[in-house]
Ligand binder design. Structure first.
Ligand code: GDP
Ligand code: IMO
Ligand code: MG
Length: 428
């Protein structure tokens, strides 16, 4: 069985929690895009694990793969491994495999990320400043350093020099001194530690596919941050949608594949960009406080708003989502009434999808329907029948608008706080 897990909104939907929950049955968990801009939180009893680069399956000691579609900061990886080992998580070359052709994020990429943001002034993207965009630019520009390049120090030196030569004219104008020798030496120092995990991920994953192993593809970010289908230019620099699993790991298209769309019971966003249902009022503040809406990576307060069925509907189509997972239902518990966006309006014209034109984004007004709240605690519930009737009605209303089953409902951060309505895990 193959499962792809993607965020249907602007990230932070609770992908890490759901991947961890599903991992109990998985053999392999693979990341296929993004990098350490991701922040996936997993709670198991009193332990909280924060993952940026490592697939969430590492917590259950599953075989974890980092595919070539990821951009990998080797220093960040070493640090993450160290922190998790301190939390007694086992990580070694028997459970972590990194694609030989993965492209690396170097310190220069973080510097460029920062400079790019500064040059945008008030129109900045609000990136995580992890060097993600500049690293992908170098990949497409065919000058990136890949994991396999670390084995030959002589050619590595030439490649780093080539990369620095490319960036030199712009950065020297900004009076940034570039010392490629230093970058080379620092990379050489850690190369053995990273090469240790290097593996032909494309082969491992296709062999596993042939044996019909249970493989989970763990998406990072969300569909609305996709470089093609997101709210461009306020997006990340990778394809975050399910289609990316193929080019981001080398897995060939196969049958027996489910795509789970992880969807928060309301909407959040970090960084700049349009957000039609954003709430700049006490309900938005309530979401921040009750939902603990602060970024895992940058600690920034997340912008919050009502559920938007237009956007989630778009994500369902683009990703080929088979089942929706609704998270953070418990955050809505206290509300007297809940609004749901069912369309947009601008200049007397109605929209049933988000057009790509930024000028239209800025004038769109949400069309809301109002649903009564349930004002009872759903925190930690594990069965559909125990949900208050009005909470069930809210979920059914969303299903009718997005035209997809909501098969899993998350009612708290712990892996146990999960309702498996259609017995997807087969434990009922
Ligand atoms: P990800 O990036 O999609 O993995 O999501 P994050 O980990 O960045 O953010 C989701 C946050 O919500 C984390 O702190 C989770 O522990 C927490 N969380 C996940 N599901 C639930 C839920 O159903 N209820 C509550 N209250 N918190 C949840
Ligand atoms: P997870 O996997 C939420 C956002 C940044 C910024 C934009 C571009 O935890 O859901 P980048 O550093 O990628 O160039 O920033 O994308 N962003 C995320 N927002 N969750 C994430 O990951 C994100 N990763 C990037 O805030 O707006
Ligand atoms: Mg996150």
């Amino acid at each position: 069985m193959f499962y792809t897990i993607v965020g249907t909104q602007w990230g932070d939907e609770g992908k890490g929690k759901i991947v961890d929950w599903l991992s109990s049955k998985a053999d392999y968990v693979a990341r296929f895009q993004g990098g350490n801009n991701a922040g996936h939180t997993i709670k198991v009893d009193n332990n909280v694990y924060k993952l940026n680069l490592l697939p969430s399956g590492i917590i259950r000691n599953k075989k974890c793969l980092i595919g070539n579609g990821v951009v990998l900061d080797p220093w960040a990886l070493i640090n993450e491994i160290k922190n998790l080992r301190n939390q007694k998580i086992q990580i070694d070359k028997n459970n972590l495999f990194i694609a030989e052709n993965v492209c690396l994020i170097l310190p220069i990429h973080k510097l460029i990320d920062e400079i790019n943001e500064l040059s945008l002034g008030n129109n900045l993207i609000g990136t995580t400043k992890k060097g993600i965009g500049p690293a992908y630019e170098d990949k497409v520009g065919r000058r990136a350093i890949r994991l396999c390049d670390l084995s030959n120090h002589e050619s590595l030196k030439n490649k780093i020099q080539n990369l620095y030569n490319f960036h030199e004219p712009r950065l020297s104008k900004l009076k940034k001194n570039l010392y490629f020798e230093k970058a080379f030496e620092e990379l050489v120092k850690i190369s053995a530690e990273i090469i240790n995990f290097s593996a032909p991920v494309w082969k491992i994953i296709n062999d596993a596919g042939k044996e019909n192993k249970f493989i989970l593809f763990e998406g990072a970010q969300g569909s609305l941050l996709d470089i093609d289908f997101g709210t461009y230019p306020y997006v990340t620099s990778s394809n975050t949608s399910a289609g990316q699993i193929f080019s981001g790991t080398g897995f060939g298209i196969k049958e027996n594949h489910k795509v789970l769309g992880i969807t928060k019971a309301y909407t959040t966003r970090v960084g700049s960009g349009p957000f039609v249902t954003e709430l700049d009022n006490e309900i938005g503040d309530h979401f921040v406080e009750k939902g603990q809406e602060f970024g895992t990576v940058t600690k920034r307060k997340r912008r919050c708003g009502w559920f938007d069925t237009v956007l989630v509907g778009q994500s369902i189509a683009i990703n080929g989502i088979t089942d929706v997972v609704l998270t953070k239902l418990d955050v809505l518990d206290e509300l007297e009434e809940i609004k749901v966006c069912v369309g947009y309006e601008a200049k007397h014209k109605k929209y049933s999808y988000l057009p790509f034109d930024e000028n239209i984004h800025n004038i769109l007004m949400p069309i809301y329907e109002t649903i009564p709240g349930w004002q009872k605690s759903t925190f930690g519930l594990t069965s559909w029948d125990d949900l208050p009737k009005k909470a069930q009605d809210y979920i059914s209303f969303l299903e009718s608008k997005i035209q997809k089953n909501i098969s899993i409902i998350s009612t708290g951060p712990d892996r146990a706080h999960t309702i498996d309505r259609n017995n997807l895990l087969g434990n009922n």
